[in-house]
Write a protein that binds this ligand. Structure first.
Ligand SMILES: [Zn+2]
Length: 225
């Protein structure tokens, strides 16, 4: 088992396409590189739930990394200097929140948090999120209260960043809902992120947690009452 070198995310400098889902990601897309596959979008790489923390605050960065099971270094190629330069870290939302708690003495942290949250809210299409959440609730009545909103917001951010929502995503097809829920369960209810952080490749990590994902999915499909 490969010991965990930091995962790396590259901000591309040309037009790129994800080799897994085939989506055109446009210019300066955020991608990961996989040995036998080429470029992957963050969604396919299962890193999309992470939030970006720009470089600049060493204490916050160190703590956010410590409190995140999964994190990735974000790099951009500098033409002038002919080398990759670190832009910041992708970390877990809750890891960042905890780090900010610890840095509260530093009042900047609070200000930055407010800015990040409002930027994120602006990006969300509230109506789509509500509809998405309602569909989740209808199809998966056993889903823990409140989770449907978390899942719907992630899905909304994902599709809003793309060239356009696919028809399936627009119509909230059952398959789109199911994939969003499975991705959430993988991250939130299984060991998956821990395995990625340890250096497992995605295929092995997915195989390892697959049974757990389906078990939870089946539980959520049944009404709690
Ligand atoms: Zn993709």
């Amino acid at each position: 088992m490969k010991q965990s070198a930091d995962l790396k995310v590259f901000i591309s400098s040309r037009d790129s396409t994800c080799d897994e889902c085939g989506e055109n990601l446009g210019r300066s897309a955020w991608i990961t590189l996989v040995e036998d596959k080429g470029a992957l979008c963050l969604s396919c790489a299962d890193l999309e739930h992470l939030v970006f923390l720009p470089s600049g605050n060493a204490a916050l960065t160190r703590r956010a990394k410590k409190h995140s099971i999964l994190s990735a270094v974000v790099l951009r190629w500098s033409k002038a200097r002919k080398r990759y330069e670190r832009q910041g870290l992708l970390v877990e939302e809750q890891g960042l929140a905890q780090a900010e708690q610890e840095c509260l003495a530093d009042s900047d942290a609070r200000e930055r948090r407010r800015e990040r949250e409002s930027a994120r809210r602006e990006e969300l299409d509230r109506e789509y999120v509500d509809q998405f959440a309602q569909r989740i609730r209808a199809l998966f009545p056993g889903c823990p209260p409140g989770r449907e909103v978390v899942i719907a917001e992630h899905a909304c951010l994902k599709y809003s960043g793309r060239v356009g929502r696919s028809a399936a995503a627009k119509n909230l097809d059952e398959e789109v809902i199911r994939l969003a829920i499975m991705a959430h369960i993988r991250h939130a209810e299984t060991n998956y992120d821990r395995l990625l952080a340890r250096g497992y490749n995605r295929r092995d990590a997915r195989a390892e947690v697959e049974a757990d994902v389906y078990k939870t999915l089946a539980r959520w499909e049944i009404s709690a009452s």
